[in-house]
Ligand binder design. Structure first.
Ligand SMILES: Cc1cc2nc3c(=O)[nH]c(=O)nc-3n(C[C@H](O)[C@H](O)[C@H](O)COP(=O)(O)OP(=O)(O)OC[C@H]3O[C@@H](n4cnc5c(N)ncnc54)[C@H](O)[C@@H]3O)c2cc1C
Length: 417
């Protein structure tokens, strides 16, 4: 039996998102001198709706942030309505209200990031407006050229490990593994997500709304103690063309022609006026390996399952946390540790990516038949007679159980078996 634990050194974490901060907290705790660089000029706040499933809750507990995560699941008589432009409404269900144990908790992405940032040890150095532009490595370490976007100055620094936690269009991945086109698969969906400045006028505070039309949907997600967020999701055959107009122009065109109906019209106007929003194509990276030498990808940069799976932030937390656990317990070298870490996660992330692909048509049905099938499923899950049977059956499905799994605990049992 060798020495336990990968010897700590100096680590560069690229990206101050959920995966980057989870990794930084864990590695700093093991004694790594930790530098985080972030492209944005400051920390992001707010964001869109996310569900944190058991996969993420277990990791959050070990990271010491679970108690700081607010559960904003609407309580009491909150109703998610399926709406039509005509003003017609019928009761539906929240798509992430799934029969999973433990119960998923609803919050904003910014809630998770705030909890992680608060837990980030003060001696972790965070540099904003900074991006890597060159990464060279040999067996002794990694030389990274960092570009300061404000000072417009470059420095080259030496690290023992580089963690690319810089999202689905990862610069670290493109510098070390190859261009985006080699790894990213487009799902041919676009999304736009933002925080609403107010509950739409014709909606009751605390209620939600879903508009489903062939190939396009819009959802207003309600929260407890917070204004709602909105999500547009639509199919496209030409992703590149989506970026040739402003996001507001695209949304008006795709959801047109008017009349939009009261709620959709108001949400579109709010989107057009929003300072901060996400407008992007939905893509998944697929790589045979997430590490090359001393460079490793964590989170969306490696395995982005997409919003349709609802597992991206949960696996970002779990992946970053597990990297620390594997480093702490490993008796081999860095390469072996990264290989083992990856093997422990793969089964889960493959499943979540596959869920993301399949669930895209549940989120945004492509035709009327899909809309009716979804409506029937929702009706079954709302019926006091049928719902207990359906929920019990659903809760036994592998795709449900896996969302609630503590990956580190489950795979430790496999390692020790
Ligand atoms: C609308 C929507 C709904 C979602 N719902 C859910 C849900 O219900 N449940 C769930 O678990 N997940 C959900 N997700 C997914 C989840 O939000 C992401 O998977 C998760 O936030 C990914 O975190 P990350 O840290 O890996 O990447 P990101 O959040 O993309 O963070 C990457 C960070 O790196 C920075 N960066 C990028 N490039 C560079 C560079 N070159 N140099 C330095 N810094 C850089 C970025 O500015 C950013 O701060 C949803 C996503 C969306 C869009």
């Amino acid at each position: 039996m060798g020495v336990t634990g990968i010897a700590p050194g100096r680590v560069l974490v690229v990206g101050l998102g959920i995966s980057g901060m989870a990794t930084a907290i864990r590695l700093r705790g093991l004694g790594w001198e930790t530098v985080v660089v972030e492209r944005a000029p400051g920390r992001r706040t707010g964001g869109y709706f996310i569900a944190t499933f058991g996969v993420g809750q277990a990791a959050a507990k070990r990271l010491g942030i679970y108690d700081a995560l607010p559960d904003r699941t609407p309580t009491g008589d909150s109703v998610m309505y399926e709406i039509e432009r005509s003003g017609k409404r019928r009761k539906g269900i929240n798509l992430f209200d799934l029969p999973v144990t433990p119960k998923p908790e609803l919050m904003l992405r910014g809630d998770v990031e705030q909890a992680l940032f608060t837990a980030l040890p003060k001696d972790v150095e965070v540099r904003y407006s900074t991006v890597p532009t060159k990464i060279d490595q040999d067996s002794d370490g990694v030389d990274v050229t960092l570009h300061d976007l404000v000072a417009e100055a470059d420095t080259t620094e030496h690290f023992d490990l580089v963690v690319g936690a810089d999202g689905v269009r990862s610069t670290v991945r493109s510098l070390v593994f190859g261009p985006h086109e080699r790894y990213l698969r487009r799902l041919n969906y676009m999304i736009a997500a933002f925080e609403l400045p107010k509950t739409p006028a014709t909606m009751r505070i605390g209620d939600g709304a879903m508009l489903n039309e062939p190939g396009r949907s819009m959802i207003v997600y309600p929260f407890k103690d917070h204004l709602p967020t909105a999500l547009f999701s639509y199919r496209t055959d030409d992703v590149d063309a989506e970026f040739t107009q402003t996001p507001a122009e695209r949304i008006r065109a795709v959801y047109g022609p008017p009349p939009y109906g009261e709620i959709l019209a108001e949400v579109i106007d709010d989107f057009a006026a929003a300072d901060t929003y996400l407008f992007d194509s939905v893509e998944q990276p697929h790589l045979d390996s997430w590490h090359r030498g001393r460079v490793v990808l964590v989170g969306d940069s490696a395995w982005c399952p997409t919003l349709y799976s609802g597992m991206g932030s949960s696996t970002g937390l779990a992946g970053g946390e597990l990297l620390g656990t594997v480093f702490e317990e490993h008796t081999g070298n860095l390469e072996d540790a990264l290989t083992d870490w990856e093997q422990r996660l793969r089964h889960y992330t493959n499943n979540f990516q596959s869920m993301g692909t399949k669930a895209s048509s549940l989120f945004t049905p492509s035709n009327q038949a899909g809309i009716l099938a979804r409506r029937a499923m929702m009706a079954a899950r709302r019926s006091s007679v049928v719902a207990p049977v359906v929920n019990r059956a659903m809760s036994k499905l592998p795709m449900m159980r896996i969302r609630g799994t503590d990956i580190a605990a489950a795979t430790r049992a496999e390692v020790n078996a």
